[in-house]
Design a protein around this ligand. Structure first.
Ligand code: URA
Length: 286
């Protein structure tokens, strides 16, 4: 391998290690599936390890095809580690794009996103919903994807689910403008269907870059799609909600999606409890 390529690869691997990601899979040229795992990075010192209670479960780094999009440094559930960005970008045997350091700003990431045409959602969206809030927020809330109101206004969580989110924030003494709010996909899936795998693959690298730029102390995954994309957790959300996970240097918590709570109002109490956990964490971890 020539030196320049080696340097590029090293820079990439360091970048992903900063995000807490240490295992990569390579797509077999010409095939749709994930083919094999490269060797993990040389140093695994920074890699969070499963908690003792999970130690007996299968190791997450086995090179099996991984159905989820990405998993970061979760320590207390079994996870499957797969690339954090599109398979094409992580096919390390094609020329990778230049590494993007975690020091880039949200503005730079937005500029890079541009008038995104990376997936089919571009054809039906009205507005890209990049995310909004404090660029140095201690907590980032991640939903699934824009709905009709968000698509109309280009802002996340402004419809009914957003109003419930606002109420929850207010209930625990958080101001909407002091947190950061975004989604797994930045364009509305038609008819509010769940985002499809290729759409999540195309869009989630921007989410991870946003999180890396903000460097929050806590990430809150609102609903199962955010939980699966960010944490790689495949357990049912009812079992996982309210639990804290390690996420690199930060923590992550899973909560019900406000839209789910609107459909199941009895769950509002549980959502509120999880927001109280968020408040308590922010008070004690600062
Ligand atoms: N639901 C989401 O997941 N995100 C939004 O922005 C709005 C509703």
């Amino acid at each position: 391998m020539d030196n320049r390529l080696k340097q590029e690869l090293t820079a990439w691997l360091e970048f992903y290690r900063e995000l807490g990601i240490e295992d990569f899979y390579r797509r077999k040229p010409g095939s749709g599936g994930i083919h094999s795992a490269t060797a993990p990075m040389t140093s695994t010192a920074a890699a969070p390890r499963p908690a003792a209670s999970e130690a007996a479960k299968p190791a997450p780094s086995a090179p099996t095809p991984a159905p989820t999009i990405m998993a970061a440094a979760v320590t207390n559930v079994p996870v499957t580690l797969v690339p954090p960005t599109s398979a094409q970008a992580l096919n390390l045997f094609e020329a990778p794009p230049p590494p993007r350091r975690a020091t880039e700003t949200l503005e730079e990431i937005r500029t890079d996103l541009g008038d995104c045409q990376r997936c089919k959602l571009a054809k039906t969206r009205k507005h890209i919903v990049f995310g909004e809030g404090n660029p140095h927020a201690a907590v980032v809330f991640i939903g699934e994807g824009p709905g009709a109101d968000e698509d109309e206004q280009g802002r996340p969580f402004v419809g009914r689910a957003g109003q419930l989110l606002n109420r929850m924030l207010q209930a625990v003494g958080l101001k909407r403008e002091e947190v950061y709010i975004c989604n797994v996909v930045k364009c509305r899936p038609p008819g509010n269907r769940p985002p499809e795998k290729d759409e999540v693959e195309a869009c989630s690298p921007f989410l991870f870059r946003q999180v890396a730029a903000i460097k929050p102390r806590l990430i809150c995954c609102l609903g199962a799609p955010a939980m699966r994309t960010v944490l790689g957790v495949k357990e049912g959300i009812t079992r996982v909600r309210g639990r804290f996970f390690d996420y690199g240097d930060a923590k992550a918590i899973v909560a019900f999606h406000p839209a789910y709570v609107l459909r199941n109002p009895r769950e509002e109490k549980i959502l509120r409890e999880d927001f109280e956990k968020i408040r308590d964490f922010l008070k004690t971890s600062g």
